[in-house]
Design a protein around this ligand. Structure first.
Ligand SMILES: NC(=O)c1ccc[n+]([C@@H]2O[C@H](COP(=O)([O-])OP(=O)(O)OC[C@H]3O[C@@H](n4cnc5c(N)ncnc54)[C@H](O)[C@@H]3O)[C@@H](O)[C@H]2O)c1
Length: 315
């Protein structure tokens, strides 16, 4: 199956492109000589990210997009095609992190709806709006951003000590499943359009830890919060107090993973073997043995078993 080796002149669309991993992917695509469409709900950050690309000589456009709204994603696809004539790579990357507190039966229903709408429906909208465009062109790549947290197994105990949110990992498990289905459905048509699932690895300094700062009104909390909102600063402090060394993985490394994965046509866009691989092996063994889910770990990579603290969540 031929893959896109030369990305020069091709067109990439990145949702959640105003910050974090999406912005890094946009920059990396630009360095490959691609034309870049950044899409995000945050207007100012989107303008800044698009301007920064243009300053580096990249042909870039920012399109304000809300991935929870299908008509908005459909407009994004139309805008990308009308601006650059094609779409070759689509990264369904927009995501929201954990804001939920307590045990999952205590989570605010608004948290569930927000997480599902952005992280799951957002990807479905991207597939529905863009895949027909790629099929029409005969080739292209769809990259869906997943996470080891959920994609492999949920982190049950969170960065702040208490139960982690169940919302985020549930949505990321869905992203893996959606991408597997997309892979087979594309295969069945005989197209050269390919599906990929991205697992950004390591500790990443992005906005996802503090998604609550940009909580949209339509998902306003319906329950009073009893614990402080998670901040990256507090998460790092907790890691350090537990004796864990905190070192951020450069976002460029994740972006490299994407470009290399497109060139190599890898379904699994994953870094080198990491601790998460052990979760995958242990989970497979647990399923095959019909055993206990002993592969569940907390955010520090230790056994998730008993919880005594009750504070906070995880991205
Ligand atoms: N940071 C990590 O450790 C990590 C690990 C694994 C996976 N991920 C995933 O990577 C992706 C990017 O997250 P990030 O870490 O760069 O965080 P981030 O918060 O920096 O970026 C996410 C972007 O998505 C945008 N977004 C949120 N809701 C949106 C909506 N309705 N429509 C359009 N855009 C919207 C945000 O405005 C933001 O710019 C997410 O899917 C996240 O789940 C992150």
């Amino acid at each position: 199956m031929a893959t896109m080796k030369d990305l020069r002149g091709k067109v990439a669309v990145v949702t959640g492109g105003a910050g974090g991993i999406g912005r890094a992917m946009g920059r990396r695509f630009g360095q490959e000589g691609m034309k870049v469409v950044l899409a995000d709900v945050l207007v100012e950050s989107l303008e800044q990210a698009t301007r920064a690309l243009a300053d580096e000589g990249v042909e870039a456009v920012g399109v304000v997009t809300d991935v929870t709204d299908y008509s908005s994603v459909e407009s994004l696809a139309k805008e990308a095609v009308s601006r650059f004539g094609a779409v070759d790579v689509v990264c369904n990357n927009a995501g929201t992190g954990a804001v939920s507190e307590g045990y999952m039966w205590e989570h605010d229903l608004a948290d569930w709806r927000w997480g599902i709408d952005v992280n799951v429906l957002g990807v479905i909208h991207g597939i529905k709006a863009f895949v027909p465009v790629l099929l029409e062109q005969g080739e292209g790549h769809v990259v869906n951003t997943c996470s080891g947290n959920g994609g492999f197994a949920p982190i049950a105990r969170g960065a702040m000590g208490g139960p982690a949110t169940a919302v985020y990992p549930m949505t990321k498990a869905a992203v893996l499943c959606l991408t597997e289905s997309l892979y087979t459905h594309l295969e069945m048509t005989g197209t050269r359009v390919r599906a990929h699932v991205l697992f950004p690895g390591g500790f990443l300094n992005t906005g996802i830890w503090e998604s609550w700062r940009h909580r949209p009104q339509q998902y306003a909390a319906t329950q009073e919060r009893h614990t402080p909102d998670q901040t990256l600063e507090r998460v790092v402090a907790r890691f350090e107090s537990a004796g864990a060394h905190v070192e951020f993985t450069p976002l460029e490394t994740v972006a490299d993973q994407v470009v290399e994965g497109i060139r190599a046509d890898s379904f699994w866009m994953m870094g080198p073997p990491a601790a998460s691989d052990q979760v995958v092996s242990k989970k497979a063994a647990s399923i095959l043995a019909r055993g206990e889910p002993d592969y569940l770990v907390d955010v520090l990579g230790t056994h998730a078993g008993t919880a005594s603290e009750t504070e906070g969540g995880k991205r």
